[in-house]
Design a protein around this ligand. Structure first.
Ligand code: ZN
Length: 353
C-alpha cells in the first residue's frame, strides 16, 4: 500500500522528530520511524472519516504491518448504530490486509503472512494526533482471539502523550487476550473428586467448589442433550449462576455461520427474571472449541465467546465473574479479567473506564 504523503511531509506537519518519540514496551528500534509515520497517516484518515464519513462522531483508524513489512489501512465504518452495520478500524484493516494478500498470491504464491503490528489512532480534534484512550473493543478482540494470522507476539501500538512528550505504547496481544488459544477438553461426566484449578483472580472469589460442581453438572446435561448444533459440528452449552439460581442454554445453529449464542441466551433468562438487579456470579462454558470445515479439518474458533463476554462485562457481570471450563487437567476456574484486559470496559462511543 503506498501513501501519497511522504514521511518528511507528515513529520514536518506535526512537528515530530521520530527519534524523540519514546517507546513504552518492547519494540524493534528500527521499526520506530515507520510506525510513527503510519500512526500519523492514519490520524489523517480518521480526521477525514470524522469530517466526511462517520455518522457516530467517533472516528478511528488502524494500520496493520505484516511480517514482510507490508502495511494496510482501515477506518471504522458506521452505517447505523446497529452492531451488524458497523465495523471497527482494526477489523476493516484486517479485511484490507487479507484482500491484498489474496491479490498478491498470484505473484508471491504464498499465503502464510503473520501480523506483526496493529496500529491504532483516532480523531479527537485537529491538534491531538495522538490518542489518550484507545483499546480494541470486544468484537475486535473476538477476531484477534481466533484470527489465523495473529501470533503470540503480535503487538498493538498507539501514539500517546506523556509528561515527557510523545511515546509509542506497545502492548503484546497477550495483554488483551491472556488466555488466547487454550484448547478445551470435550465435556464428560465428572465425579466429586475432580480437581478445580484456579487462577489467582479466581482464588479471590468467594464461591464454594460444590456450587461450581453443580453448575458444571447442569451445564453438562444441556451439552449432552443438544442436537441443534449439528450444522456447524460445534456443540456448546453454557450455564450461569445469577442471583443464586442456575440458568442454562445450548448453542442453536441456523447455518454454519449463524447461531444463537448460549452465553447471551443463558444470561437473558436471568436478566428477564431479575432485570436491573441481575448479577452474574459465575459462567460455565462447555463444548467444542472448533468447527469442522468443508474439507473436514477442525478449525479452532474458541469456546469462550469473547464478544459476548465483553458485552456482559459492561453490565450484569464484572471482571470477577467466574468462568468455569473443562481442561485436560480438570476443571478450570478463571475470572472474566483473565480473558479480557483488567481495566477493559467498553461502553458507547468507545470510552474506557
Ligand atoms: Zn472494535
Amino acid at each position: 500500500m503506498t501513501i501519497k504523503t511522504t514521511k518528511n511531509e507528515l513529520f514536518k506537519k506535526y512537528k515530530i522528530t521520530p527519534l524523540d518519540v519514546q517507546i513504552k514496551g518492547e519494540l524493534n528500534e528500527k521499526d520506530k520511524e515507520n510506525i510513527v509515520y503510519y500512526l500519523l497517516y492514519i490520524y489523517e484518515l480518521s480526521k477525514n472519516n470524522f469530517k466526511k464519513g462517520s455518522i457516530t462522531l467517533s472516528s478511528y483508524s488502524a494500520a496493520i504491518v505484516t511480517d514482510d513489512n507490508s502495511v494496510y489501512f482501515g477506518v471504522n465504518l458506521n452505517n447505523t448504530r446497529n452492531e451488524i452495520s458497523s465495523v471497527c478500524a482494526e477489523r476493516s484493516a484486517l479485511i484490507e490486509t487479507y484482500t491484498n494478500k489474496v491479490k498478491e498470491f498470484n505473484e508471491t504464491g504464498k499465503f502464510d503472512y503473520k501480523i506483526k503490528y496493529i496500529l491504532m489512532n483516532n480523531y479527537i480534534n485537529d491538534e491531538a494526533f495522538w490518542s489518550e484512550k484507545i483499546t480494541p473493543c470486544a468484537d475486535c478482540l473476538a477476531w484477534f482471539n481466533t484470527g489465523a494470522h495473529m501470533q503470540k507476539n503480535t503487538k498493538i501500538i498507539s501514539l500517546k502523550k506523556g509528561e515527557n512528550g510523545l511515546y509509542l505504547d506497545v502492548l503484546p496481544l497477550e495483554t488483551f487476550l491472556p488466555l488466547r488459544n487454550l484448547h478445551y477438553k470435550k465435556p464428560v461426566e465428572i465425579n466429586e473428586n475432580i480437581k478445580i484449578q484456579k487462577t489467582e483472580a479466581a482464588k479471590t472469589v468467594d464461591i464454594d467448589d460444590s456450587v461450581l460442581l453443580s453448575l458444571y453438572k447442569k451445564t453438562y446435561e444441556v451439552y449432552k442433550n443438544n442436537s441443534l448444533s449439528n450444522t456447524s459440528g460445534q456443540n456448546i452449552a453454557v450455564g450461569i449462576i445469577s442471583n443464586g439460581e442456575i440458568f442454562t442454554a445450548k448453542k442453536i445453529d441456523f447455518s454454519k455461520r449463524w447461531f444463537i449464542d448460549p452465553l447471551l441466551t443463558a444470561s437473558y433468562k436471568a436478566i428477564e427474571k431479575f432485570g436491573e438487579k441481575t448479577e452474574i456470579k459465575a459462567i460455565c462454558c462447555l463444548g467444542d472449541d472448533f468447527t469442522t470445515t468443508e474439507t473436514g479439518d477442525k478449525h479452532f474458533e474458541g469456546l469462550i465467546n469473547i464478544k459476548s463476554l465483553g458485552r456482559l462485562n459492561t453490565k450484569f457481570a464484572n471482571s470477577k465473574t467466574i468462568v468455569l471450563t473443562l481442561m485436560e487437567n480438570g476443571l478450570n476456574s478463571a475470572c472474566i479479567e483473565d480473558y479480557l484486559p483488567k481495566e477493559f470496559k467498553f461502553i458507547h462511543n468507545y470510552e474506557i473506564k
